[in-house]
Design a protein around this ligand. Sequence first.
Ligand code: C2O
Ligand code: CU
Ligand code: CU
Length: 434
Amino acid sequence: LRSSNGVLSVALESSSQHVSIAGKDVRALSYNGGVPGPTLRVRAGDILNVSLRNGLTDPSNLHVHGLHVSPKNNSDNVFVTIKAGESFDYQYELPDNHAPGVYWYHPHHHGFVADQVFGGLYGAIIVEDPEEIPATRERVLVISDITFDSSGTISAATEMDKMTGREGELVLVNGQRDPLLSASPGERERWRVINACTSRYLHLRLDGQQLTLLGIDSGRFESARNVDEVVLAPGNRADLLVTARAGTSTLRALRYERGTSGGMMGGGTFSSADVALATFAVAGADTAAFAAVPDQLSPTDLRSSTVTARRELVFAMGMGGGMNGGMMSATINDRTFDATHVNTTVQFGSIEEWTLTNTSTLDHPVHLHVWPMQIIEQDDRPVESVIWQDVVNIPARSTVRVRVKFDDFSGRSVYHCHILDHEDAGMMGIIDAR
Ligand code: C2O
Ligand code: CU
Ligand code: CU
């Protein structure tokens, strides 16, 4: 679905549907009957109208992940509750200087996010380039995971799943298992890859093919990089060019270790398993070569900016006790999410430096809404170059320092862990820019 004359108006309905996944008739959650939901294509300066009807039996709402839009009123307002059977009209206004790239949408009603995303509620948003990069075709690859029981119903998460973050048994690309993607040698494909998994990290490889990474999240590298692999934490996206070489390759997610239990829950290491995601078959006549990818403008480097405030956010997990008496606690600066409490007040227009510390034995992918971040230091080592990102992984027992510019929009929004079970357990805070 593409905007015309600067406007895209879509109706979305979430509901539980019969769908066919991996050759089985199962019941998943879906937007408009499909998994994933429709891809929305807009441009900087556009208005996106989404009328969402909640056909689920639980409350829901909609978040446009990564878009730099207002957090107020009927825009990207995660505090909206759409009750079962009710509707809400969203209006998102993209500023004229909005970064092109790949974004996505998913529900964001606290307490239900992991179940609803795991169940199948997500879709891609593409903010198109002002000048297209020449390619034979574009593919949007929404990668997600899900588990069904023998009756074809989505499996519920156990307490253990909630602590470590649930990973599905089936890893899907656009709702399919191991789809076949075909190309001819020499063709250049634009791949927009979204990690829509609830907790799984994707350590992606496509051996035998040439991968060129244009950017991550809303960020673009100054010049495109040839890479062998890309790691996407939950919520991250990659904008890739694949130059096809004759032969059949498998898009894989390699094993990724995302921590240990640190002695809790009987011990052990948690890793996302090695899985085949898709088959890329390249055969036939050669296509003429494409022109080199032009360099991009380098982003404003916040390392040379004046910082007006510094703060630290500590991400921690513990067992037992806790304020809500649950089995597990997932906190930021010792607090769990409280819809009535503003955790962080920032000055509109300012640049802040945040030290994100992870004291737990599991990685936490930290996500901030509305305002993108730049990593400036990782474990006390300065980074070589900066890029705008909205999900920054904080490996187990480590520290990452980021800078954020709170420009263009004021209002209340959130930051949280994008392992959505952690978010639902309370690892989320409210930020107010004013
Ligand atoms: Cu992708 Cu606050 O979420
Ligand atoms: Cu988001
Ligand atoms: Cu987490």
